[in-house]
Ligand binder design. Sequence first.
Ligand code: DAH
Length: 334
Amino acid sequence: MSTSPNQLETQLQQLQREAVEAIAATSTLEELESIRVSYLGKKGQLSQILRGMGKLSPQERPRIGALANEVKETLQVNLDNRHQALQQARIEEQLQAETLDVTMPGVSRPLGHIHPINSIIDRILEIFVGLGYTVATGPHIETDYYNFEALNTPVDHPARDMQDTFYLPEGSLLRTHTSSVQIRYMETHQPPVRIVAPGRCYRRDTVDATHSATFHQIEILAVDKGLRFTDLKGTIKEFIRQMFGEELPILFRASYFPFTEPSAEVDVQWKGKWLEVLGCGMVDPNVLKAVGYDPEIYTGFAAGLGVERFAMVLHEIDDIRRLYNSDLRFLKQF
Ligand code: DAH
């Protein structure tokens, strides 16, 4: 049975109408693809209609052929437009689904923080570094020489009684103060010297609310030509001002340390009370001699302070042991 040109024409027009509708009705890219295959695919509806063209007369063939091409192009344009629209919709959907609300509060993780002892050390170091000092450290296990002898404290010196010492085998000991760092630093550096030396110290003290067998000190040492007691005073005053955040009444009380002459203890009036905050003095010429500095050319001043004492005063802590027993309920306050 032959197909007439008019029938073919009608079929083509109908196919176009149906296909355009079907394309418009698609809601996914997959659906659109299956529509494309069913109309324009190799075995699709258009090919099937065109198979009938073979039977057309040579006069009719060009007209129907042109019409078929038109239909094909129209469908292709419709398919392309729909494809673009569906793809755009998909992207928008995806964007919507994956939107990140950057204003949402984050999930906070538990984070450790600095122990009050270390934060006091950091504050003090920062003040002295601001004044031009360099941070220095030394070993905890020391020899008698660095801890006592070079600091003008010979074996029979009565001042050794002030510091009960943990002695280790073979003549070493646990340093009783950070003053040992003075000697170690000066031995390896030439003046001018300006150091601040923090660290742990050890003494055979019976533990109670104000004593601990291990504690922290910060040592300050300056050696230069022409340093005088007024330089020491000015330095301490500035340190106290920065540490307490205000100008406070300060008292330099005459005292004794083997490694300084003259020596003083410094009291500060804070919240109506006088607090003893540090020991200090002009470096004893014997100490300078011990490290090979000429005391006729150089003078120096030194100071030593207890970190725990500052922590306890500034944070109003009543028992030194709280700083060591790792009770989180206590530590979380800082
Ligand atoms: N080393 C002393 C102590 O542990 C503290 C001290 C006092 C250090 C006077 C100094 C100083 O540098 O000049 O008690």
